[in-house]
Design a protein around this ligand. Structure first.
Ligand SMILES: Cc1cc2nc3c(=O)[nH]c(=O)nc-3n(C[C@H](O)[C@H](O)[C@H](O)COP(=O)(O)O)c2cc1C
Length: 221
């Protein structure tokens, strides 16, 4: 009797461990799959013809931050500049490289984008995914390659779960070293593998952000 109870408990424990391991594996697989799947969004086109006051600069590896950046640009009637980073393609090895470089806290990588004359814009809004609790490596590279002239610089990040404030402060220091005035940041949490914001919910979050905190993006904030 005792033996039977023991083995049933053993079976339950093993099942629970097996189930948890399977769930963890499934969620890891889903994250890998999502990071390798591009999220489509409508092309962005500025409607007005007067020169834009705001520049939105975005790096996005799987399309989500681009959704947010386009919405931000639309609400602010901004010019949108898209950065590409060839070292981090949407492949498994690209993902491993992104992961390795981010955890090594790299601040530089090759980036490709149309020439950007930052000087006429104020504010400059930077949009980046979070990689290992900090802005993604290509956004650091962008700052390293540019010089500001005391414009406001605002950082918008998307991520699954979280960021680390000390890394944002380090990023802000880099902006200041390049003569920009770092005015703040916001993080949009998309949620983990199974419960993530849809693109339309992500746009809603951007609208809430812009409506409720105009000071973050206004000139001279
Ligand atoms: C290498 C790597 C590391 C990541 N680290 C984090 C993290 O520390 N915190 C977080 O919230 N999300 C993290 N994520 C998830 C992305 O930030 C999130 O999916 C983001 O919204 C993707 O944006 P994108 O589609 O524009 O590339 C990481 C993703 C990758 C590829």
């Amino acid at each position: 009797m005792t033996k039977k109870t023991y083995s049933r408990r053993g079976f339950l424990v093993k099942s629970a461990i097996g189930g948890t391991a399977l769930a963890a594996l499934g969620s890891f697989g889903l994250i890998l799959h999502k990071d390798q799947t591009w999220v489509e969004s409508e092309p962005y086109k500025r409607l007005s013809t007067s020169p834009a006051g705001t520049a939105v600069v975005v790096y996005s590896r799987s399309g989500n931050t681009l959704v947010a950046a386009k919405e931000f640009a639309r609400l602010q009637d901004a010019d949108l500049f898209i950065i590409k980073a060839p070292e981090y393609p949407q492949t498994f090895s690209g993902q491993m490289k992104a992961s390795g470089d981010a955890s090594d806290k790299k601040m530089n990588t090759e980036i490709i984008h149309p020439p950007i004359d930052i000087s006429p814009y104020d504010p400059v809004v930077l949009c980046s995914p979070v990689w290992w609790y900090r802005p993604a490596v290509p956004m650091w590279a962008f700052i390293n390659n540019h010089e500001f002239s005391q414009q406001s610089v605002f950082l918008l990040m998307t991520g699954n779960s979280g960021y680390e404030t000390s890394y944002i402060e380090e990023f802000a220091e880099l902006v200041r070293a390049r003569n920009g005035r770092f005015t703040g940041f916001r993080f949009i949490e998309r949620g983990r593998a199974f419960w993530q914001l849809s693109s339309s919910e992500l746009r809603d979050e951007v609208r809430i952000l812009v409506d409720s905190h105009p000071e973050f993006v206004s000139k001279g904030a």
